[in-house]
Design a protein around this ligand. Structure first.
Ligand code: AMP
Ligand code: MN
Ligand code: MN
Ligand code: MN
Length: 275
């Protein structure tokens, strides 16, 4: 115990339910030693997490989760040890946040055309931070009585390929990896899961990907073994975490259950040093 790191956590600055302070309190209870705040397209929770983390003897790795466009699908790339005040990064994040708002408006329009009278203001009521996502729309749909549950909102309306789904504007994986690298960070392919094709992984490795998120709630033991094999074969780094959001989606059991040893975080730091 006490040597655990969870490098994938969301806060209310994107689509998580808890503040950075609350996440640190939960991390303390779960006896995590190192965490990373990896909000979607936002670094706004990092300062608070670092400050409260210091008071509680928990190290906070500055992180981010970015979405990248791949033909018709999307992959998520985690950045760790980023200079989260880097000007270019901050500028690009505010562009992504703006694209998220425009995409939420498009989704609301689609829902209205399906005779669901939801407004962008009711969605904005669900947002605490600067990065609007589909989870906020799901919460608004539930609150306004158009869906029974968060999951139903995704399954019926806004999940991938569902009738009110809209893509958001994203960088290519290559541009995303470069953005993280230029902000001094390491990039990791997030939760590759079952459906990712191998060619894409090799494309990302060629683009300078530093590692793969091997430990994740969606990964069976077989998948962990498989991705660890790729990590070793290509001299990549391994990461892992709970991808915890909290709230309506019922992932509270995951907190503290998906982690990597802090020695693995030290290996990342050494890679940064030698870059
Ligand atoms: P967005 O970044 O706005 O496209 O929203 C994606 C986020 O919605 C993910 O990070 C998850 O937190 C959540 N999400 C995506 N798909 C589902 C799903 N099928 N059911 C529940 N939550 C989902
Ligand atoms: Mn999310
Ligand atoms: Mn993700
Ligand atoms: Mn995530």
């Amino acid at each position: 115990m006490n040597d655990r790191a969870d490098l994938h956590l969301h806060t209310c600055y994107s689509d998580g339910n808890y503040s950075p302070t609350e996440i640190i309190q939960k991390a303390k209870e779960a006896e995590l030693k190192v965490i990373s705040i990896t909000d979607h397209d936002s670094v706004s929770g990092i300062d608070e997490a670092i400050e409260v983390g210091k008071e509680n003897n928990i190290e906070v790795v500055a992180g981010i989760e970015l979405s990248a466009r791949c033909e018709s699908s999307e992959v998520h790339i985690l950045g760790y040890f980023i200079d989260y005040k880097n000007r270019d990064l901050v500028e690009k994040l505010s562009f992504f946040q703006n694209e998220r708002l425009r995409r939420a408006e498009r989704i609301v329009n689609k829902l209205n055309k399906m005779n669901i009278p939801i407004t962008i203001d009711s969605v904005l009521d669900q947002v605490n931070g600067d990065s609007i996502g589909r989870p906020h729309i799901a919460n608004a749909l539930v609150e306004e009585g158009h869906a029974e549950s968060y999951n139903e909102a995704f399954n019926r309306y806004i999940g991938n390929g569902r009738p009110a789904y809209e893509q958001k504007w994203n960088f290519s994986p290559e541009e995303t990896i470069r953005l993280i690298s230029q902000a001094g960070g390491l990039s990791f392919l997030a939760h590759p899961g079952r459906s990712l094709n191998e060619e894409l992984i090799y494309r990302l490795i060629k683009a300078g990907l530093d590692g793969i998120e091997v430990i994740h709630p969606s990964h069976s033991p077989d998948l962990v073994y498989y991705y660890r094999g790729i990590v070793n074969e290509y001299c990549l780094l391994e990461s892992g975490g709970s991808d915890y959001h909290g709230g309506e989606r019922g992932d509270d059991d995951a907190f503290g259950q998906y982690y990597i040893p802090i020695a693995t975080v030290d290996i990342m730091r050494r890679r940064l040093f030698s870059n």
